[in-house]
Design a protein around this ligand. Structure first.
Ligand code: FE
Length: 181
């Protein structure tokens, strides 16, 4: 009997230690959209190569439609087009940091608009000649998901307008506990 107790006590302590570490890291690692998405990370910036078949199993249908199927949400319907809060915008598919709120500006286009991304490789630019237009598509620098388009009619200092789909982004306010870590 003594032997069993000697074995069980360290095992019990190990379980407690493990549980407390995971709840601790969840507290300091905000991953709002990560439920069931093993690729979502706000810390890991390594490139992802995930097939659409796999994303389809992971993402909600409306996010999959925009992010992976290049659909566009209707103007003036997204959750961020008229938001004016201080914080950070992340890719809703993979958690990649995309924009700071201080680069967001009030645009009349009906989609959230920014004049610059948070770092040069946060976003990638791809020629898009679909729908009879010559545009430049903006995709996530980490997971290649469709975010929106970029135009040269933005305000100073860049003169650019990143015209994004709200659904392709997560937002973390500066005053949230997660942002103060
Ligand atoms: Fe992404």
């Amino acid at each position: 009997m003594k032997k069993v107790i000697v074995i069980l006590i360290p095992a019990f302590i190990a379980v407690i230690a493990c549980t407390s570490e995971s709840s601790n890291s969840a507290q300091h690692t905000p991953q709002k959209m990560s439920t069931g998405n093993p690729y979502y990370s706000r810390q890991d910036t390594s490139k992802l190569q995930v097939a659409n078949d796999e994303w389809k199993k992971i993402l909600p249908p409306d996010l999959y439609g925009v992010a992976r199927n290049k659909e566009t949400e209707r103007a003036f319907t997204g959750k961020f087009w008229d938001q004016d809060l201080k914080g950070t915008y992340y890719c809703a598919v993979c958690g990649n940091e995309l924009f700071k709120s201080n680069s967001k500006f009030a645009s009349s286009c009906g989609w959230p608009s920014f004049f610059e991304s948070v770092r040069p490789n946060a976003t990638i630019y791809v020629p898009d000649n679909t729908h009879g237009m010559r545009r430049t598509e903006v995709i996530c620098g980490r997971c290649d998901s469709h975010l929106g388009h970029i135009f040269d009619d933005g305000p100073p200092p860049t003169g650019m307008r990143y015209c994004m789909n709200s659904i392709s982004m997560d937002f973390e306010p500066d005053d949230s506990p997660a942002s103060k870590k």
